[in-house]
Design a protein. Structure first.
Lengths: 168, 220
């Protein structure tokens, strides 16, 4: 496949599934700048890996794996290069990007952010209605354990939500 | 608590997000962004030192043929190539081995474990440093020889060696040991300092994933 077709296929798939990157960015980042940078870094990693994407496999599974991986392993220096990184991004891309959250969702996000990285990875996949087999494949823990883990995370999340005054 | 409500709230909160269109996605890909993975940064550090070492080697080789007469120049050139060229080739081999992107062909847990292993290999146990144990003393030694050639005005390398006093040889060894003794640990310290925090974090995250499995076995 030539580069033009590859870009076309990639942009189509990303346009359709970009919600995944938004969800992961929101889950793994507290600040707007961090979310925007993670969005771009994820896009970049996906693009670099795209030539090796096996078309016989589900795109969203592949995308989740890379996006969560990027969010977890992103290098953060004390003196961040975020400013330098963002300065090259045309402003109009970030104009009107609605990263704002309503109060209800804000509390939910706060509770989710209290989870550790592994728990976040599992719960985000569960919230997006992935099967236990999918979650097992993406995260790398056994299928039988996914259910156990999800129940524990739910309890933990409920506790956090109650502490934060989330109204059910 | 009805978790389905939470799920619904979470998912519906993304419906309001503005979406990028295809053109905007393309535009983002064109941006010359600096990838922010630790392995990419390690690779960039290797690259920088490789270029610096290469330039130093070239400069010395030019200096040799400019300052020293044949056949001494050829002997000197051979010494420089062996002393500097071999560690640089080894360094280049390590540089090639570092993966600059995240692992995409395996699960998150496996990928994280591999990244931790790579950082250990190239930073913590010193594959990125070991070559400097050869290169720094070699470059210092060559620099001193060049200094002797320029200082004495004698371009015959063998003659210079034969005329060297014991005191001068001792001085050269002391400088060599001091220079290496300062630069190698400093380089190692700087490299570790830059990546240690990130490495510790990654190990912690990996532990979180591994504890998931550990807890399972405990429950069984």
């Amino acid at each position: 496949m030539n580069n033009k077709n590859l870009i076309k296929e990639f942009t189509e798939l990303i346009e359709k599934n970009q919600g995944i990157i938004y969800k992961i960015s929101r889950m793994y980042c507290n600040g707007k700048t961090c979310r925007e940078d993670l969005f771009q870094e994820t896009l970049l990693q996906l693009w670099r890996a795209f030539p090796s994407y096996d078309r016989n496999r589900k795109f969203t599974t592949w995308m989740y794996r890379i996006a969560i991986n990027t969010a977890i392993s992103q290098f953060r220096e004390e003196k961040s290069n975020i400013v330098e990184f963002r300065s090259e991004v045309p402003e109009r891309i970030y104009e009107n990007r609605n990263f704002e959250e309503n109060e209800h969702v804000k509390v939910l996000n706060q509770a989710i952010r209290r989870l550790n990285k592994a728990e976040k990875a599992i719960i985000i996949l569960y919230m997006d209605d992935h099967t236990y087999e999918d979650i097992s494949e993406i995260v790398g823990i056994s299928t039988s354990h996914v259910g156990v883990k999800i129940n524990r995370i739910k309890k933990k999340l409920q506790k956090h939500l109650e502490e934060l005054g989330y109204e059910f | 608590m009805n978790f389905e409500d939470i799920k619904h709230n979470w998912n519906s909160s993304f419906e309001k997000e503005d979406r990028l269109d295809r053109e905007q996605i393309k535009e983002m890909l064109k941006i010359k962004s600096k990838s922010n993975t630790a392995l990419k940064k390690i690779k960039n550090s290797f690259k920088f030192e490789l270029i610096l070492g290469g330039l130093l080697y070239l400069l010395i080789v030019i200096g040799i043929f400019f300052l020293i007469e044949l056949p001494s120049a050829l002997i000197f050139f051979l010494i420089v190539t062996v002393l500097m060229g071999i560690p640089m080739l080894l360094y280049y081999r390590n540089f090639r081995k570092i993966k600059s992107t995240i692992y995409t062909d395996r699960s998150i847990r496996q990928s994280l474990a591999q990244t931790v292993k790579d950082i250990e290999k190239f930073v913590m146990i010193g594959k990125g440093i070991s070559f400097k144990l050869f290169l720094i003393p070699a470059a210092t030694f060559i620099g001193m020889l060049m200094g002797l050639i320029i200082g004495t005005g004698n371009t015959d390398l063998i003659e210079i060696f034969l005329e060297l006093e014991t005191r001068s040889i001792v001085k050269m060894i002391v400088i060599l040991v001091l220079f290496t003794g300062i630069l190698v640990p400093f380089s190692r310290y700087w490299f570790k300092k830059k990546f240690k925090h990130h490495y510790d974090n990654l190990r912690l995250y990996l532990k979180e994933f591994e504890e998931s499995e550990f807890n399972k076995h405990q429950n069984e």
